[in-house]
Design a protein around this ligand. Structure first.
Ligand SMILES: Nc1ncnc2c1ncn2[C@@H]1O[C@H](COP(=O)(O)OP(=O)(O)OP(=O)(O)O)[C@@H](O)[C@H]1O
Ligand SMILES: [Mg+2]
Length: 413
């Protein structure tokens, strides 16, 4: 690892990782990650934090990063006592191959674990995390401060074919992610932004009966790298509480934005909002790479016909070029969740290499009713099947991200 010494000399420093695990799969994945990084040495101890307790404090004082397999409830106590003995210089990463409760994750964080990740985890993701956790903090961009950074989840909604209900999902999911609480559902748990990157045919403004802002057009024409002030000026607030960056009313070429601009846009929004929902165009454009890189969840909306599934596969392949494991989750539009999957569902799942996770029932009447009035489903027909399906989806995502929020401190682009 390179860094400047006090005298200003650029010098190399070696980092070391200590691994405490008795799980072959964890060992193999961590070894692979270390293999990929230059100047990172590794020492392994077979067992769990409690079984190697005698050696654990030496491990923490001798290594920059200690990765351990989470095994028992008392791991939090052990970490607490290790931190008291050796201080906080060493970074601790726990890998958990069991589901852990939110309170257990909190206890671990409080005791001094810096990061908890679920295992199995994609190899690329593990490599990135280990690279991040062993990076010299002084070399990280000034913007990154794991203690204060507020990093929201980026959820992109991507249609595999036209008119499948992707924008309807984006808008209403964003609404649900606000986490309405209180007797009249007036209180919101989360701050949510929705961005319409379907620059030419975006319908988010119409769906919410908002006057389109020309923020994205100004960004393209002026070559602006969006910052906090720019976003404040460009976002429109909807009565539901959602902050909206609409597609412009005037025509703009799809490739008028650059990858850097889109990257800055998303990173700025992630710092302000708990969720950033992005409605994507049905087109392959260069800046899409920046979206894919920053996305925590990509909801791909398709139907289960052969042609749409083929399109979805093409898109997944395109995203895979940007990211080894694009976080694509399949949403089947215009179809209620079947009790039994038919042959073509099984085929679709096989071709896509992932489950058909969410289902949005076909409900022209209520979808049209809301769209014609420029209102959310929660305002016009909150008890219809489509609204319920999106609400359930929102709750699932919030539950999962609540756990992740305690699991991940932050993320660097
Ligand atoms: N689940 C649904 N069932 C029936 N009709 C729907 C459903 N969801 C949306 N619609 C209707 O289908 C039309 C297209 O919806 P929407 O704009 O959400 O789709 P899209 O995939 O974003 O389309 P586009 O390709 O134009 O971006 C709208 O008129 C909408 O009211
Ligand atoms: Mg759309």
């Amino acid at each position: 690892m390179a860094k400047f010494s006090k005298e200003g000399i650029f010098e190399m420093t070696n980092k070391s990782l200590g691994l405490i695990s008795g799980d072959d799969a964890i060992n193999a994945s961590v070894l692979k990650a270390v293999d990929r990084l230059n100047d990172l040495s590794i020492e392994t101890l077979s067992g769990t934090l409690s079984s190697v307790n005698g050696s654990a404090s030496r491990f923490l004082s001798e290594h920059d990063l200690v990765v351990f397999q989470l095994s028992e409830q008392k791991d939090a106590d052990i970490v607490g006592s290790l931190r008291r003995q050796v201080g906080s210089k060493c970074t601790l990463l726990a890998l958990s191959n069991k589901d852990i409760s939110l309170s257990a994750a909190r206890a671990l964080k409080k005791s001094g674990v810096d990061e908890i990740l679920p295992f199995p985890i994609g190899q690329e993701e593990l490599n990135e995390q280990i690279e991040r956790l062993t990076a010299d903090m002084s070399l990280l961009p000034a913007i990154y401060n794991p203690q204060t950074e507020h990093l929201g989840q980026v959820i992109s909604v991507c249609p595999a074919r036209g008119g499948i209900g992707a924008s309807t999902l984006a808008v209403n999911l964003a609404d649900q992610l606000q986490g309405h609480t209180g007797i009249f559902k007036k209180k919101k748990k989360n701050k949510v932004a929705i961005v319409d990157l379907d620059l030419q045919f975006g319908t988010v403004a119409t769906a919410l009966d908002l006057t389109p802002s020309n923020g994205l057009l100004r960004m393209a024409q002026g070559g602006v790298t969006p910052d906090h002030t720019f976003l404040q000026q460009s976002m429109v607030q909807h009565v539901s509480g959602l902050d909206v960056l609409t597609a412009p009313e005037e025509f703009m070429p799809l490739d008028a934005l650059t990858r850097e601009q889109v990257h800055a846009l998303i990173e700025n929004l992630r710092q302000e909002y708990d969720y950033v929902v992005i409605d994507l165009p049905r087109a392959l454009v260069e800046w899409l790479g920046a979206v894919v890189k920053a996305t925590d969840r990509m909801l791909m909306v398709s139907d289960s016909t052969v042609s749409s599934v083929r399109q979805a596969c093409r898109l997944i392949d395109f995203f895979a070029k940007e990211r080894l494991e694009p976080p694509v989750e399949m949403v089947v539009g215009h179809e209620a969740k079947p009790t039994f999957r038919s042959g073509h569902h099984v085929e679709a799942k096989k071709a896509l290499g992932r489950d058909l996770k969410y289902w949005l029932p076909f409900d022209v009447r209520n979808a049209k009713h809301a769209r014609d009035r420029g209102q959310l489903l929660s305002q016009t027909s909150s008890s219809c099947a489509l609204s319920k399906a999106i609400r359930t989806m929102g709750r699932k995502i919030m539950d999962e991200s609540l756990l992740n929020a305690n699991v991940r401190v932050g993320k660097i682009a």
